[in-house]
Design a protein around this ligand. Structure first.
Ligand SMILES: Cc1cc2nc3c(=O)[nH]c(=O)nc-3n(C[C@H](O)[C@H](O)[C@H](O)COP(=O)(O)OP(=O)(O)OC[C@H]3O[C@@H](n4cnc5c(N)ncnc54)[C@H](O)[C@@H]3O)c2cc1C
Length: 418
């Protein structure tokens, strides 16, 4: 079978390479960085597992069921819902179907009217009944417009939806397309939200471990596609030319566009995450915490070790504070501002006892998924002869998008659609 070169060992490239190898193809993966995983990596710092930005795996993603062995990953589950901090007080809002022990507290949460809580159940029922592909055919509009039309109150949208989805889409104006919102809401409602016991980086490592030894070359950046006429016949790696019958680009959209020489008007969203070692858990629930003050810097806080104790050495606790955007503050300013804000939210907490482990500033975290983005993605999918474009940007900015794109690129090779 054809010699296939996959560029990029993120989830997309890995899923693609594995599907091809399983079908007998001769595959080589070139990865520019020093490990597999792309945006899904975990660093081991002083005995703590630090995911590069707060991330979770939604078990209901169709690609997860097909591509991952969740039992082997020993996934640890978050409870569906959140703790909301408003005016220095904490309120619980959890899915009563799946966390019955918090149903009463959720029903009694005074921040929102009962009508909002009923609308949540109605919307969930409605979206669960729609096929995934039909969610992506919904009229393309900002999610805020859809939520207003559903009748949710402004306070529910601002105090729950904005911080909750701010942590997912890395924007709090709710300008993301309703198609993506509806899909993610359905996935959240349908299955668990988890992290592998050993960190999110265990996910790409699981896929990579299924590849034949030597299939992945790290620290090998592709700088150019080599063409004969208009057909791509190879790639340039550190001055060497590598021949290839088929090239699969599983790179971020801007790298793909540059290699193909096309213009694309997608933009990146940024994320900033601070990890602290804290002497005791800030709270005991297996829930994330949302800050609801519209002037907040910190969007969400997660006591990661409440859910996945192995993220910290025995007896230690890991706190993750996420800011759903980039920040121009210096590390010291950012650290001080986060301690101030969380200290104000948790009156009894002496944040001076926290130890900052690391700050991650990720400039290229996800691409913006505003209405209209799907036409831009179409441009990327139209590649050159000899090239198949994979990567999340051919589907959606998510783990699902990455895995599905890798699979579908492999299918195109196997079906001779190049
Ligand atoms: C902070 C953060 C939080 C997130 N949270 C979630 C979440 O909770 N749930 C969710 O579903 N998704 C989340 N995502 C999104 C998800 O991680 C990505 O959509 C997905 O990992 C993208 O995978 P990919 O393989 O398409 O691209 P990437 O992971 O970007 O992989 C591309 C690979 O190509 C390599 N590469 C680049 N240029 C070259 C070159 N010239 N030559 C060779 N190799 C090259 C890169 O080094 C990289 O390894 C999050 C992302 C971030 C950053």
């Amino acid at each position: 079978m054809a010699r296939v070169v996959v560029v990029g060992a993120g989830l997309s490239g890995l899923a693609c390479a594995r599907a091809l190898q399983n079908s007998g193809a001769d595959v080589q993966v070139y990865e520019s960085s020093d490990d597999v995983g792309g945006r899904v990596r975990t660093d081991y710092v002083e005995g703590y597992r630090l995911d590069r930005g707060f991330q979770v795996l939604l078990q209901a993603y169709p690609a997860v069921k097909r591509d991952l062995d969740l039992a082997a990953l020993r996934v640890c589950r978050w409870d569906p819902g959140a703790i909301l901090i408003a005016q220095g007080r904490q309120y619980v809002l959890a899915d009563p179907r799946r966390v019955p022990q918090l149903a009463l507290a959720s029903a009694a949460c005074p921040l929102f009217a009962m009508s909002d809580k009923i609308r949540v159940l109605q919307m969930t029922r409605r979206l669960l009944a729609i096929e995934d592909k039909d969610l992506f055919a919904m009229p393309d509009e900002p999610m805020a417009d859809y939520l207003h039309r559903c009748g949710f109150s402004q306070s529910f949208i601002e105090m729950f939806i904005a911080p909750f989805f701010g942590g997912i889409f890395l924007e709090t104006h709710l300008e993301t397309s309703v198609r993506m919102f509806a899909f993610v809401w359905k996935m959240l409602a349908k299955g668990g939200t988890c992290v592998p016991e050993q960190g999110m980086g265990a996910i790409p490592h699981q896929i990579a471990s299924n590849l034949r030894p030597g299939s992945i070359l790290l620290n090998s950046a592709i700088s150019e596609l080599i063409r004969q006429g208009n057909k791509v016949v190879g790639l340039r790696v550190a001055g060497d030319v590598i021949p290839a019958e088929i090239v699969i680009l599983a790179t971020p959209f801007d790298v793909t566009a540059k290699l193909l020489g096309i213009d694309i008007s997608l933009k990146w969203r940024q994320s900033t995450t601070l990890y602290y070692s804290v002497p005791r858990p800030l709270y005991t629930h297996r829930l994330i915490t949302l800050l609801t003050d519209p002037r907040r810097l910190v969007n969400n806080v997660a006591m990661v070790t409440n859910v996945a104790p192995a993220y910290a050495p025995p007896g230690k606790h890991l706190l993750c504070c996420s800011i759903s955007q980039g920040s121009t503050l210096t590390d010291d300013e950012l650290d001080a501002a986060v301690r101030r804000e969380i200290g104000a939210a948790y009156a009894n907490e002496d944040t001076r006892s926290w130890r900052l482990l690391k700050i991650y500033r990720i400039a290229n975290a996800q691409f913006e998924q505003r209405p209209g983005v799907w036409q831009q993605l179409e441009l990327l999918r139209k590649s050159a002869p000899g090239v198949i474009v994979a990567g999340e940007a051919t589907v959606s900015s998510s783990i699902e998008g990455a895995l599905a794109s890798g699979r579908s690129a492999a299918d195109r090779v196997l079906n001779n659609e190049t």
